[in-house]
Design a protein around this ligand. Structure first.
Ligand code: HEM
Ligand code: NAG
Ligand code: NAG
Ligand code: NAG
Ligand code: NAG
Ligand code: NAG
Ligand code: NAG
Ligand code: NAG
Ligand code: NAG
Ligand code: NAG
Length: 367
């Protein structure tokens, strides 16, 4: 009796193992998902390598934290967090990064250099979309913001079209209503908007992103009346009319520290972008800005940021072999490499299936 029940237990285990091994038990009914520590077995040092590289890179160039954090959010908003922002244009395709709206993006070479280190340690294992997600989370941590545990196991997509950018990117003159509506498309709330905009506590913007507020605001106002007068004068000193290239701190009080400075700026009419100032024009986002501007500790903001960043990091993630692990982040894998990878996967699954079936039959015979 005891031996019989343990045998049937074993057989049941084998059926489960078979379902798991062939990968056909749940995917049809379960949503694709990423996991904490997806590289535990295949590249246990992956997250450590990214952190070590980011530490070295930011020690040399602290200004690169902003660009990497931004790159990840831009990736997630256009087609999901699947690394499409990293792809170069080709002869027959203009990629997302070459959309006029993405001209200001920086930090691509940093992603490439981290990916190169990972290719040495664990060739073909860690996706470019995960490298970007981890680099962004480390940018926050290394600028004294929160450590944000995130899931990994994102695969890389192969679509990157400049034509997809405009409809998924806030327009320069977006109102707070526009921004809330855009975020809602990604299941992000007005609170997430107020929280994630707090990323502008680090990094820089090109003069072109806000100079209409200084020189050419509207038909009847040459500059934005809602902008603090002293700050406006300072900005005019930094950005002469027609300058589109100079970079200016988004949070002038502490542009390389992830802190509450952004909210204090915005609350004091010193939000650099019109979309930052716009957060004061919706009751919910305004209440959040004023609350954080007033806060004496960063705890609440950090906890909120970690939660909203985590949700952003899940947008449109690709898993379960629906994408690929790019060898080089700026180009899709050559067709031969990806189809042979698929063949290898199919062959491995067929072998595991055969072994499992054999075990089940052997057990059935033994009973
Ligand atoms: C409400 C939606 C958002 C708008 C309208 C917006 C807009 C912008 C603009 C116009 C710039 C300046 C770009 C340039 O001139 O090069 C910028 C920079 C930046 N954004 Fe946002 N952003 C938004 C949301 C986010 C989110 C969700 C994050 C990350 C969680 C983020 C992180 C950053 C960072 C770190 C920079 C500085 C980049 C650098 O130093 O190069 N932004 N953003
Ligand atoms: C990886 O290891 C961490 C720490 O032990 C654990 O929390 C996580 O669930 C593991 N993930 C996987 C997929 O094994
Ligand atoms: C992608 O474009 C960048 C910038 O033009 C270039 O430096 C890089 O070499 C390109 N990547 C590949 C694989 O050609
Ligand atoms: C686009 O060009 C690439 C080479 O740059 C080529 O491999 C691919 O087959 C082309 N795709 C289409 C749809 O023409
Ligand atoms: C891109 O990926 C899709 C699946 O996500 C696949 O059907 C398609 O063949 C791929 N295209 C190229 C050019 O690799
Ligand atoms: C938003 O949530 C709905 C319902 O849970 C889901 O069907 C949809 O895929 C989500 N959209 C995104 C962009 O994650
Ligand atoms: C001022 O703004 C108007 C309309 O937004 C635009 O057509 C014009 O080119 C701008 N002028 C300058 C000097 O930027
Ligand atoms: C600009 O003109 C519009 C009407 O054309 C008016 O509603 C608005 O208050 C004016 N703005 C300023 C700053 O005078
Ligand atoms: C900010 O703090 C002051 C003093 O503690 C308080 O009176 C005020 O209501 C606070 N404002 C907000 C928006 O929390
Ligand atoms: C994150 O997403 C989950 C699932 O959609 C939701 O329940 C939660 O409220 C979201 N949290 C934040 C901070 O957006």
């Amino acid at each position: 009796m005891a031996s019989r029940s343990s045998s049937s237990g074993l057989a049941a285990f084998n059926v489960v193992a078979l379902l798991v091994l062939c990968g056909c038990g749940w995917p049809a009914t379960t949503e694709a998902h990423t996991q904490f520590g997806a590289y535990n077995k295949t590249c246990p040092q992956a997250e450590e390598i990214v952190f070590r590289e980011m530490t070295a890179i930011l020690a040399k160039s602290p200004d690169l934290a902003g660009p990497l954090l931004r790159l990840f959010s831009v990736d997630c908003f256009v087609g999901g967090c699947e690394g499409s922002i990293l792809l170069n244009s080709t002869a027959n395709n203009t990629a997302e990064k070459d959309s006029p709206l993405n001209k200001g993006l920086r930090g691509f070479d940093v992603v490439d250099s981290i990916k190169a280190k990972l290719e040495v340690a664990c060739p073909g294992v860690v996706s470019c979309s995960d490298v970007l997600a981890l680099a962004a989370r480390d940018s926050v941590r290394l600028t004294k913001g929160p450590y944000i545990p995130i899931t990994t196991g994102r695969e890389d997509g192969n679509r990157s079209s400049a034509a997809d950018v405009a409809s998924n990117t806030p327009k320069p003159g977006a109102t707070v209503t526009d921004l809330i509506a855009l975020f809602a498309r990604f299941n992000l709330t007005a609170k997430d908007l107020a929280v994630l905009s707090g990323a502008h506590t680090i990094g820089k913007a090109h003069c072109s992103a806000f100079s209409p507020r200084l020189y050419n605001f509207s038909n009847n106002a040459s500059s934005d009346p809602t902008l603090d007068a002293n700050y406006k004068a300072t900005l005019r000193g930094q950005c002469k009319a027609g300058d589109i290239a100079t970079l200016v701190d988004l949070d002038p009080s502490s542009g390389t520290i992830f802190d509450l400075g952004y909210y204090r700026d915005v609350a004091a009419s010193r939000g650099l972008l019109s979309t930052d100032a716009a957060l004061l024009l919706d009751a919910d986002t305004r209440a959040y800005v004023l609350r954080q501007a007033n806060a004496t500790a960063t705890d609440d903001f950090f906890a909120d940021f970690a939660a909203s960043f985590y949700n952003m990091s899940k947008i449109g993630a690709i898993t379960h072999h629906k994408g690929e692990i790019r060898r080089q982040c700026s180009v899709v894998n050559p067709p031969s490499a990806s189809s042979s990878a698929t063949l290898t996967t199919i062959a491995a699954h067929a072998l595991l299936l055969a072994i499992s079936l054999f075990t089940v039959f052997a057990l059935a015979l033994a009973l």
